[in-house]
Design a protein around this ligand. Structure first.
Ligand code: PGA
Length: 244
């Protein structure tokens, strides 16, 4: 039985003060049957690790080397040292705004795994690709390059998040059928390229305009093991609804 995992992706929202307000509201919430966490800006990570006991602390990106002359980049080794649980890699905003390629994402992923960080690898098609009915080709390419050279034993440290780009921040959630179909396709990809045991174990999230209204039906699907949630995770009351 795969444990559900719900991560709030705060993107470039929240300050130290507003995070502390958020923590006050959520710190007494107990939940045992799901994993929950927040993906926050780098300067908040250390304080969040100190203050938050019931949520996993997630970074939104990392570099592809442990150290070096990479101005503005955060080291995966440092993220591990400060106790970060997961790092999101290949989010569509990283791909589209910061021109990250599948090859670059693969380098980051291999380095993150080497540092014993868990990874949430995002994939998903643009609206144009969706309309051209090439979603599966796009996902196939994102996974084959993104997971290149990943050893089967490391798959237990990876979550794959299917996030159709046209559904992110738009209020246009993929239908339950589409979300399930593509998450199933991802599981089949893992089965074909690794084996059925790991494909049964790997957790696959859906992301894109998830909110407290649609989360239950999305999570009831056979191949959807959680959600990556942007705007609906920012306010504590809305976040609490997602995880309870
Ligand atoms: P959204 O963002 O829930 O606001 O659509 C999801 C994401 O970008 O991970």
């Amino acid at each position: 039985m795969r444990k559900k995992i719900i991560i709030g992706n705060w993107k470039m929202y929240h300050t130290l003060n507003s995070m502390q307000e958020f923590i006050k509201q959520v710190e007494s919430i107990t939940f045992s049957n799901i994993d929950a966490g927040i993906a926050i800006q780098f300067p908040l990570l250390i304080e969040a690790k100190k203050q938050i006991k019931n949520l996993m602390i997630v970074a939104q990106d990392c570099g592809f080397e442990d150290e070096g002359a990479f101005t503005g980049v955060t080291s995966p080794k440092l993220l591990k040292e400060i106790g970060v649980n997961y790092v999101i890699l290949g989010h569509s905003e990283r791909r589209n705004i910061f021109f990250e390629t599948n090859e670059m994402i693969n380098k980051k992923l291999l380095k993150a795994l080497k540092n014993n960080l868990n990874v949430i690898l995002c994939c998903g098609e643009t609206e144009e690709e969706y309309n051209s009915k090439i979603t599966k080709d796009v996902i196939n390419k994102q996974l084959s390059t993104g997971l290149k050279d990943v050893d089967i034993k490391d798959l237990s440290n990876i979550i794959i998040a299917y996030e159709p780009v046209w559904a992110i921040g738009t209020g246009k959630t993929a239908t339950i059928e589409v979300a399930q179909e593509i998450c199933h396709f991802i599981r089949q990809y893992i089965k074909a390229n690794y084996n059925s045991e790991v494909s049964n174990q790997i957790r696959i999230q859906y992301g894109g305009s998830v909110n407290s209204e649609n989360i239950k039906s999305l999570l009831s699907q056979k191949d959807i093991d959680g959600a990556l949630v942007g705007s609906a995770s920012l306010k504590s009351d809305s976040f609490i609804k997602l995880i309870s």
